[in-house]
Design a protein around this ligand. Structure first.
Ligand code: IMP
Length: 193
């Protein structure tokens, strides 16, 4: 089965492809000739995932799925949430985003946070959504060099290392994206029986 994964992020494509059975081949946006920026203007993580999946389906006619992820920090009332990528500005710099997050949390005792991923899937004329959560804490300074985004400051619950100190395989056993993706895989496996 060929499915478009509506992303231009090579890290994410690699992570998700690694979790999928071999029979499912992911096509990137580039592979279907979609080179423009897909609008992400919804006020929620779920809304953004649906908006991206709708766009690919409507404009290119492919069955596809799109994900959207946000980091929700308890002491910041759920921020940066839907604005996670551009928390410190439109440059979408992970370094600047982490700097801003650490400053915002300087005076806070509560360091609880969670990553939330929503995947929206268009398949055979129907829309489905899957949600994955990974809870943890924001630590005080960066640790580790793996991964991307907020990984160096996010320590998942029950672990003594950050996402950025884990291998891709290790992160994939517990991550928000892996959890949402597993639901997607279970769904695709069931309906293809
Ligand atoms: P996206 O919707 O997956 O592009 O995620 C939005 C933003 O959340 C990204 O630009 C990253 O800053 C952050 N993010 C998403 N997934 C992860 C992750 O697995 N680790 C760390 N940061 C992430």
């Amino acid at each position: 089965m060929e499915l478009v994964f509506a992303t231009n992020n090579k890290n994410k494509l690699k992570e998700v492809q690694a979790l999928l059975p071999k029979e499912i081949k992911l096509l990137s946006l580039k592979e279907i000739g979609c080179t423009e920026d897909i609008p992400e203007t919804a006020p929620t993580i779920e809304g953004n995932a649906i908006q991206k999946a709708d766009y690919v389906k409507d404009k290119y006619g492919y069955d596809c799925f799109a994900d959207d992820t946000g980091l929700e920090v308890e002491a910041l009332n759920g921020a940066p949430g839907v604005y996670s990528a551009r928390y410190a500005g439109e440059a979408k710099s992970s370094e600047a985003n982490i700097d801003k997050l650490l400053v915002e949390l300087e005076s806070k005792e509560n360091r609880s946070a969670r990553f939330k991923t929503v995947i929206a899937l268009h398949l055979d004329g129907k829309l489905h959504t899957f949600t994955g959560i990974c809870s943890g804490n924001i630590i005080f300074e960066r640790k580790g060099l793996q991964g991307f985004g907020y990984d160096p400051v996010f320590q998942p619950e029950g672990k003594s290392v950050t996402f950025a100190e884990m291998s891709l395989e290790e992160k994939s056993t517990i991550s928000h994206r892996a959890r949402a993706t597993r639901q997607l895989i279970d769904f695709l496996t069931k309906i293809s029986r």
